[in-house]
Ligand binder design. Structure first.
Ligand SMILES: [Zn+2]
Length: 489
C-alpha cells in the first residue's frame, strides 16, 4: 500500500509574517500566494476578511483524504499494468519452454540427417562377388563408381529431411505464442486513460441527465425542469440555449444518433420529443428510465407507476406514438436494458428482474420473473452482449455491480457470474446517469451514489476491473469529460 507523506513537518509550516507560531487557520482566497494563506494566533489578532476560512487541522485532513484517494487510484492503475506485465512474463516463459522443445527437435532432426548420410555410405560398402565379376569381365570400361546413383540417393534423402526441418523452422516464426505475447504487449499500450477537462462547470441546479449527439459536438443536460443545450468543441462547453416545457425534474435524456433530435423524460410523467416540443403522457407517476432501440424507432419507458410503456418513434416526422403497456412489476421500475440483438428486454424494480421476449408480431411479452435477495433503492442495467448484463444495485448496507447471465433459452434462468463491491455511502441513489458501455473497448462508465467508476470488462478470470474512479462529492458538478471519454475511448 502506498502511503501519502507530507514532506514538511507540521510545526515547520510558518505564516507569511514568520511569527514561528503554530498555524491555526487557512484562508481560501485565490488572490493570496503560498504562506499568505496561513494564519497563526498572532496573525489572527488583527485579521479581518470576507474570505472563506478553514481550520489548519481540518485543511491537513482534507489534504490527506485527497492524497489517499489519489494514491488509491495510482496504486490501482499500477497494479493493473503490473498484472498485464505478469501475464506477459508467463507467456514468455511458455514461449521459452516451447521454443526450447522445438529447437531440441530441430537439432535432433539434423543429427539424424548426418546419421542417414552415414547410412547411405554404409549401404554402399557391400557387394556380391559374382555380380562384380560379371561387371569386371563384361563392362571393364564402365566406371566402377556409379556417381549418379549415389548423388540421387543423397539428394532424395536431403530433400525429405530438409523439408521436414523447413516446416519446423517456419512454425518457429509464426507461432500462436508469439501472437499471444504481441497481443498482451499491445493491450498494455491500449490501457485507457481518462483526461479530465479543465473547464468543468459548476451547476447551480440539479443535473440528473446528459447526452451527446453522435459527432460529440453538442451536449444536452438536464437542469431541474429545463434542458441546456451546449456546443462542445476543443474540450470547451458553451451554452447555446435553454429549453423549457417540462414541469418537473428531467430524469432522462437521449440524443438521437441519426438525427438532430432528442428525447427527454421527467418526473412530471411526460416524455418530450424535441424540437417539436410535443409532450406525451401515458405514465401516471414519475418516469425513471428510458431506452431507445438501435434503429431508433422504438422507445421504452419505465416509471414509478410500476408500468413499462412501449412507444413508436419517428424522428423524421417528429412523432411519438404510444403502442402498449407492460404491467407486471409491483414496485417502481428503476432500470431497463435491451440485449444486442434486441430480442430480450430486462427490467428491474426494487428486487425483481423481469425478462421480456419478442413474439412473432415483434411485441414484447412476459417471459420470466426472478426475485433477488437484495432490495435496491435505485439501479442501473446494461447488456454487454446478447446473454449477459450488468446490474448495479445499492442500499444502505451494500453497493454492488453484478454480472448476470441468461441461461437456457426455453426456460430462462438467471445466473450471477461475478460481483464487485463498490464504495458504500449513505443514502439512496437516484437512478440517474445510466451505464455507458463501449462495446469495442469493453469500457463501462458507471455512476453509483457519490462515485463515478471507469470499469474494464474482460473475458479473463477477473471480469471487472475498476481502472479509475472519482468522487462527485462536491455538489452537482457537471463532468463534461464523461461524454467526451465515451466518444474517445
Ligand atoms: Zn503569524
Amino acid at each position: 500500500m502506498l502511503q501519502p507523506k507530507m514532506i514538511e513537518l507540521e510545526n515547520q509550516i510558518n505564516c507569511s509574517q514568520k511569527h514561528n507560531l503554530p498555524i491555526l487557520m487557512v484562508i481560501f482566497d485565490k488572490k493570496l500566494k503560498r504562506e499568505e494563506h496561513l494564519l497563526c494566533a498572532q496573525c489572527m489578532e488583527n485579521f479581518e476578511s470576507e474570505s472563506k476560512m478553514i481550520g489548519f487541522k481540518k485543511t491537513l485532513k482534507m489534504m490527506e483524504e485527497h492524497q489517499k484517494t489519489k494514491l488509491e487510484n495510482i496504486e490501482r492503475i499500477i497494479k493493473l499494468n503490473q498484472d498485464m506485465v505478469e501475464s506477459l512474463i508467463n507467456q514468455i516463459h511458455k514461449l521459452k519452454s516451447d521454443l526450447n522443445q522445438q529447437l531440441d527437435e530441430l537439432i535432433s532432426n539434423s543429427i539424424d540427417w548426418i546419421k542417414s548420410l552415414n547410412n547411405i555410405g554404409q549401404a554402399n560398402t557391400t557387394y556380391s562377388f559374382l555380380d562384380e565379376l560379371e561387371a569386371l569381365i563384361n563392362r571393364p570400361k564402365e566406371n566402377i563408381f556409379n556417381q549418379e546413383s549415389i548423388i540421387d540417393q543423397i539428394k532424395l534423402n536431403n530433400d525429405s529431411l530438409s523439408a521436414k526441418i523447413k516446416i519446423k523452422l517456419s512454425n518457429l516464426q509464426n507461432q500462436d505464442l508469439y501472437k499471444q505475447c504481441e497481443k498482451t504487449l499491445g493491450n498494455i499500450n491500449l490501457f485507457p486513460h481518462v483526461k479530465s477537462l479543465e473547464n468543468s462547470i459548476d451547476y447551480q441546479d440539479e443535473c440528473c441527465a446528459l447526452s451527446f449527439n453522435e459527432s460529440g459536438t453538442l451536449m444536452i443536460s438536464g437542469c431541474n425542469c429545463e434542458i441546456k443545450v451546449w456546443n462542445f468543441q476543443n474540450g470547451i462547453l458553451n451554452q447555446i440555449t435553454t429549453l423549457s416545457g417540462h414541469k418537473w425534474m428531467i430524469t432522462c435524456l437521449i440524443f438521437s444518433k441519426k438525427s438532430n433530435s432528442f428525447l427527454s423524460a421527467s418526473y412530471d410523467q411526460t416524455i418530450c420529443l424535441w424540437m417539436s416540443s410535443q409532450f406525451y403522457q401515458k405514465h401516471t407517476n414519475c418516469i425513471d428510465c428510458l431506452i431507445l432501440n438501435q434503429t431508433e424507432n422504438q422507445l421504452i419507458s419505465g416509471g414509478r407507476d410500476f408500468s413499462i410503456k412501449v412507444w413508436k418513434v419517428d424522428f423524421q416526422k417528429n412523432q411519438l406514438s404510444y403502442l402498449y403497456s407492460l404491467d407486471k412489476h409491483k414496485n417502481d421500475i428503476y432500470s431497463l436494458g435491451l440485449n444486442q440483438s434486441e430480442n430480450t428486454l430486462v427490467s428491474f424494480d426494487l428486487n425483481e428482474i423481469i425478462i421480456w421476449k419478442k413474439d412473432n408480431q415483434q411485441n414484447w411479452y412476459f417471459e420470466n420473473l426472478v426475485t433477488l435477495e437484495i432490495q435496491s433503492l435505485g439501479s442501473r442495467l446494461s447488456f454487454i452482449n446478447d446473454h449477459q448484463f450488468i446490474l448495479g444495485t445499492g442500499n444502505e448496507e451494500e453497493d454492488l455491480i453484478s454480472l448476470f447471465e441468461l441461461q437456457n433459452e426455453k426456460n430462462l434462468q438467471l445466473q450471477i457470474i461475478e460481483e464487485l463491491k463498490l464504495f458504500n455511502s449513505d443514502g439512496i441513489d437516484a437512478n440517474l446517469f445510466p451505464i455507458c458501455y463501449n462495446k469495442e473497448k469493453k469500457i463501462m462508465i458507471f455512476k453509483q451514489k457519490l462515485h463515478v467508476y471507469i470499469i474494464q470488462i474482460s473475458n479473463e478470470d477477473k471480469l471487472f476491473n475498476i481502472i479509475y474512479y472519482w468522487n462527485i462529492n462536491k455538489g452537482w458538478k457537471l463532468f463534461n469529460n464523461l461524454g467526451r471519454y465515451w466518444k474517445e475511448v
